[in-house]
Write a protein that binds this ligand. Structure first.
Ligand SMILES: Cc1cc2nc3c(=O)[nH]c(=O)nc-3n(C[C@H](O)[C@H](O)[C@H](O)COP(=O)(O)OP(=O)(O)OC[C@H]3O[C@@H](n4cnc5c(N)ncnc54)[C@H](O)[C@@H]3O)c2cc1C
Length: 335
């Protein structure tokens, strides 16, 4: 049995965790957040709750299709039978049905319900700790930003966005240039609740030629509080990049205005009076140009990197990347 550290409790890290535990290794997971899930985050504000990052999962590969079936059987995810509409704000701006045939799944009773269940496999979870340095000398030692030391570990898996992995790569600096190649796009997310249902809107809409690219009635997902009219509004990556350093108040107002504008173009539109609002900036939302290697590893030390940016920008990409990193680590470490 080897002792392995995973930095980052996103879906890629949690997938590596499942595989390494199944092979009998002891695994400690670190995350700078209080909980797990990374970009499949849930935001809570009083009674309100929204999936503020990843909205749903879908499968392209057979392997992930099988995984989704297992999670569904275990009650960790459910199908979200949504038929998104689409609207072009430079056209007639009226929402039309889309020809979308995608089967979508969501974590139960929120996206982080899945990550929390997966995290249960860890021997130890160390939350609210930002690892800032890693060094290798017959074992990995890690340091957090308070200079606390952790280790030794036989193997290390880094599951952070590439920009956040770079400071951890002093023992494998040849991997830094690969991390630097990946352009992570930002995304501003506006979360709203309303006292009354917005009846003129379908449960999800793809939006074109607007600051907004996606909006969804969070409360239409299975397991969520159906009494609450909760909306998630994601800005487009282009717009988010233009506004990446703008003041929060200004971004919030601009996105709210874009939402209101869209709503007022629909038949039987109502006035918008939100009772909760929250704005979140995802600085590293999605890779524009993910690597095609699946994961990265060092040739000399038991070090692997995984994440959507090594494969493809989705939960499926993160899952596939985490699986590959764990397979490599298991082969590399002495049995
Ligand atoms: C707004 C938005 C909408 C999206 N919508 C969808 C969607 O509908 N469907 C879909 O499939 N995908 C979607 N995605 C993409 C999906 O969320 C990601 O592809 C996936 O969650 C990435 O998982 P990951 O494990 O690679 O990384 P992450 O989830 O980013 O996990 C990395 C973890 O590392 C931690 N960390 C970072 N640095 C450190 C450090 N120094 N020390 C300790 N911990 C650290 C972070 O806190 C985080 O928990 C969306 C993403 C965003 C942002």
């Amino acid at each position: 049995m080897s002792r392995i550290a995973i930095i980052g409790a996103g879906l890629a890290g949690l997938t590596a965790l499942q595989s390494l535990r199944a092979q009998g290794h002891s695994v400690t997971v670190f995350d700078k957040s209080r909980g797990s899930g990374g970009r499949m985050a849930t935001k809570k504000l009083g009674d309100a709750s929204w999936d503020m990052g990843a909205q749903f999962m879908r499968a392209h590969s057979e392997a992930f299709t099988r995984q989704l079936q297992q999670w569904q059987k275990a009650g960790l995810i459910s199908e979200w039978p949504v038929q998104p509409g689409m609207v072009d704000m430079q056209g007639d701006a009226v929402i039309a049905p889309s020809a979308d045939q995608v089967t979508r799944y969501v974590g139960m009773p929120r996206m982080t319900g899945l990550s929390r269940a997966l995290l249960g496999a860890a021997n130890q979870f160390v939350p609210s700790v930002r690892i800032v340095r890693a060094s290798y000398d017959n074992g990995w030692q890690l340091w957090d930003d308070q200079n606390n030391e952790y280790g030794p570990f036989d193997g290390l898996i880094i599951n952070t966005p590439p920009q956040q992995a770079i400071p951890l790569l002093s023992a494998a600096s040849q991997l830094i240039s690969l991390c630097e190649q990946v352009d992570m796009l930002p995304c501003w997310s506006l979360l709203l609740t309303f006292p009354e249902p917005l009846q003129c809107l379908p449960d999800a809409v793809f939006v074109h030629n607007s600051p907004i690219s996606w909006m969804a009635r969070n409360s239409s997902k299975p397991g969520r509080n159906q009494q609450q009219e909760a909306w998630v509004i994601h800005a487009s990556h282009e717009w988010s990049r233009q506004q990446v350093d703008s003041a929060r108040d200004s971004v919030q107002q601009l996105l709210f205005n874009a939402f209101n504008d869209l709503l007022q173009h629909q038949p039987s539109a109502t006035q918008l009076h939100p009772d909760n609002q929250w704005l979140h900036r995802w600085l590293y939302a999605i890779p524009a140009n993910p690597l095609d290697s699946g994961f990265l590893h060092d040739d000399n030390t038991p070090l692997a990197l995984c994440g959507d940016w090594c494969h493809s920008g989705s939960l499926e990409g993160a899952w596939l990347s985490g699986s590959k990193a764990a397979d490599w680590m298991h082969q590399f470490l002495p049995q």
